[in-house]
Design a protein around this ligand. Structure first.
Ligand SMILES: NC(=O)c1ccc[n+]([C@@H]2O[C@H](COP(=O)([O-])OP(=O)(O)OC[C@H]3O[C@@H](n4cnc5c(N)ncnc54)[C@H](O)[C@@H]3O)[C@@H](O)[C@H]2O)c1
Length: 257
């Protein structure tokens, strides 16, 4: 499928997990891809670039810490220069910290909030300035979480950041619609990626998680990427300002035990 022919997509935090799956899926559907990670380019990015080029698309890697405003702004500008345009921004990079609320330090809080919310805010701002200066529309997809909606004890900063993304998306959809820029959130449930390594290695934890998932399995990164590709595409031209859950039924699950 070539629904992204002549389109360039930037996926933040795309060296592994959901971001890598999004990059591969958007490339499979025809987009040229800018990969990003906060560490220098490594063999994972090299392999992804080879895979994307093998699909006949262009790919590049840009190192940037999206938690720093100067870096994320430069990332957007460098992404534009790399292939001469930028059409799709997937704000995927995200981190979490597991602490009792009373033990969260300012450093923990800043780490989570800067990566998950502040970087997204200013990354979108740089993208919007580019769109305005070139008179182009654009698509923004923020990787939120079911925890923009449902609680997650001991992950207060994470939930705060994803809750912030929920309102950021609602707000920007209205403000940016006249510029032909669409903004949506994707909210994954429990997806099998390195962020969930401990969960996958701890049977008791896994059993508890699966009790809450009507489909009785974790999701795959590709399940999330398929939704991202839809929202990025012209099939979704009338879709903006909402959150789309990809969670096997987790969020609105209720059963009498
Ligand atoms: N896996 C899940 O179950 C799940 C569920 C809900 C939401 N999410 C969200 O999906 C997104 C991707 O998660 P994942 O499971 O693939 O996690 P992951 O840890 O496998 O990947 C996250 C990626 O982001 C990168 N990253 C982190 N901080 C960065 C920074 N400051 N600058 C640039 N890159 C940075 C990491 O290097 C990594 O490549 C996150 O926003 C996460 O909150 C994941």
């Amino acid at each position: 499928m070539n629904r992204f022919e002549n389109k360039v997509a930037l996926v933040t935090g795309s060296t592994q997990g959901i971001g890598a799956a999004c990059a591969l899926r958007l490339a499979a559907d025809g987009a040229d891809i800018i990969l990003n990670g906060h560490s220098p380019k490594d063999e994972r990015s090299e392999k992804l670039i080879q895979q994307i080029e093998g699909m006949g698309r262009r790919a590049a890697f840009i190192q940037a810490d999206v938690g720093k405003v100067a870096d994320v702004t430069k990332l957007i500008n460098d992404a534009v220069s790399t292939f001469g345009q930028l059409d799709i921004l997937v704000n995927n990079a995200g981190v979490e910290k597991n602490h009792d609320f009373w033990d969260v330090t300012e450093e923990d809080y800043d780490y989570v909030m800067d990566t998950n919310l502040k970087g997204v805010f200013f990354g979108i701002q740089a993208f919007v300035k580019y769109c305005m200066s070139t008179n182009r529309g654009g698509v923004v997809i923020n990787m939120s979480s079911v925890h923009e909606e449902i609680i997650f004890p001991h992950f207060a900063a994470y939930c705060t950041s994803k809750g912030g993304l929920k309102m950021l998306t609602r707000n920007l959809a209205t403000e940016l619609a006249p510029l032909n820029i669409r903004v949506n959130n994707v909210a994954p449930g429990a997806i099998a990626t390195p962020i969930n390594k401990k969960l996958e290695e701890t049977p008791k934890l896994m059993e508890n998680v699966l009790k809450n998932i009507p489909m009785k399995r974790m999701g795959k990164p590709e399940d999330v990427a398929a939704l991202v590709a839809f929202l990025a595409s012209d099939d979704a031209t009338y879709v903006t300002g909402s959150t789309y859950f990809v969670d096997g039924g987790l969020t609105y699950h209720y059963e009498e035990q």
